[in-house]
Design a protein around this ligand. Structure first.
Ligand code: HEC
Length: 137
């Protein structure tokens, strides 16, 4: 049914466009691959290409929920990635302060800061999506 297929493709294209136009929609998986996979590995297992040069052994990011009694620790993950508030409490030596790094890319105005938050949110969503133990309600 080429007509149906065409309709689906058109709808898909339109949806994607409206999503992008409504707001800067960041794709967590893309941000992750670009900024995190070198250390944390393609799938979060902690086996990125630079791990041999790190002084610490990386935790598997897919078990954050399991290690937190089955509940994805959203606040903790957000703060660890941002790093500007919570830093060194958990002691992630070698984990870049992404709140600062994204600020250098985006800028300091309110709008730029909202893009920084959106990037971090998208990353947290992505990490939540790769959890192996699903959170128990
Ligand atoms: C230069 C290497 C490096 C990069 C790049 C990096 N991290 Fe990390 N990350 C670390 C280290 C080192 C730790 C501390 C060890 C640990 O807890 O696994 C850490 C810890 C974490 C933790 C806490 C893990 C836990 O179990 O407590 C999260 C979540 C995390 N990183 C997410 C990210 C995200 C998302 C990105 C990309 C935006 C990223 N990291 C990029 C090195 C890195």
């Amino acid at each position: 049914m080429p007509q149906t297929l065409k309709l689906i493709l058109t709808l898909a294209a339109t949806c994607h466009f409206s999503l992008a136009a409504a707001d800067v929609a960041y794709e967590g998986s893309e941000l992750y691959l670009a900024n995190c996979a070198n250390c944390h590995g393609m799938y979060g297992e902690g086996d990125g290409i630079v791990t041999p040069s790190l002084s610490v052994v990386l935790q598997d990011l897919r078990y954050l929920a399991e290690r937190n009694d089955g509940e994805f620790p959203r606040w903790f993950v957000t703060e660890i990635i941002d790093g500007r508030e919570l830093r060194l409490a958990h002691g992630p030596d070698g984990m870049p302060v992404w709140g600062e790094a994204f600020t250098r890319m985006e800028g300091y105005g309110a709008e730029a800061q909202s893009r920084v938050d959106q990037k971090i949110d998208a990353l947290v969503d992505f990490i939540e999506s790769i959890q192996i133990a699903t959170a128990e309600e």
